[in-house]
Design a protein around this ligand. Sequence first.
Ligand code: FES
Ligand SMILES: [Fe+2]
Length: 410
Amino acid sequence: MLHSRQVSLIKRIFAHIDAGTTDLSASVGLNPVQAYFSSAHQSLENEHLFRRRGLLVGLTCRLQAPGDYVVDDLSGTSLLLVRTPSGRINAFLNVCRHRGAPLVQECGRGAKSFVCPYHAWSYDVEGLPRQLSPRGAFPGLSPSDRRLARVPVTEANGLIWVHPYADVVQPVDLQGLESEIDAYALGSLFHYETRRLCRQMNWKIVVETFLENTHFPFLHGDTIASLFIPGLGVFEAFGEHCMIVYPRKTIHALRGQPEATWNLLDHSVVIYVLFPNSLLIWQRDHLEVWRVFPDPSGNPAMCRAEASIYSPSLADNPKARGHWDRNMELLLRTVDGEDFPLAEGIQRGLSSGAQSHLTFGRHEPALIHYHAQLNKVLTMREDEPIPKSSRAFPATEIKSRESVRNFDSC
Ligand code: FES
Ligand SMILES: [Fe+2]
């Protein structure tokens, strides 16, 4: 984030602290509970959110050098991405063209070819089999008839996106976030670790987990709550995407200091929602990336998520690894140990008949914005039947800079 932006956000935060306020949306948001367990709604989401858009794979540093490769099957479709000697990224369906075996099982480095574990067909990084073996067994077929199936892939702003279901590459539109993201120099980070979490809840609840901080004192009292100014969040929309900042209590130390020395990133958590299913979370000295998909089984009450930590330098010694291990442990203890068990309980209660809608307060502008964008995408499909229950979310105007007394300042 550019320094001028950091200064402006810090001023907004100080104004909120002094007034005992937080950013608010214009009105309350209502979200129909069927959006979390209806199979019809899930089908719509699959079609319009996941099949027609670029999907984030991760940071470009996952594929730093020629021969680096990544296998990504979080969405349920296994993809193989590899950096070629020319510096380009190739993406393929990770399916052998002989009899369909998964070609590559794990991520790695330095590949010049990929050998299928079933009958040892060997493919180069352009997806071309060296030969269809055994020799003479496939008359009339040449290796070029059995290339790996290509998937459109784009690389921009330090991020890698794939378009597994598109015939042509659709540019991913960050809608004003480009320069903000560029300032983090994501391409210079190092992937430390990724953990996968398969949980019994709708995929959207994973995103919702991060979109307000008023639950910190109640749910995270033993982990992170004491670090943050309770109930204070600064929100900005970037088209479908958005940003929310939760200031740490240490931000008070900047008062009285020259603005030129102010650093928001040292004194807050900055969360970017890359619509619809990814989050970039800047945590002082590193980046967390979350991606979530509906479970490939089609059950709307199940999802698959991945949390990754990217570090500013290569963790090539025990001290550095210990540091990032502790960060991952705190992340999982907080989110998987505290948020997700409660979230699974929410999922179980959604179909109980207790209520027709979930209610988002004005102090939860990111939640309201996120669901307004989802609703916009799903309801603009006039050519398809939309479940009536999916139409209820209001297209709420966000007044992100409005300040109304909302919490007791600390
Ligand atoms: S399925 Fe891959 S070589 Fe036979
Ligand atoms: Fe939480």
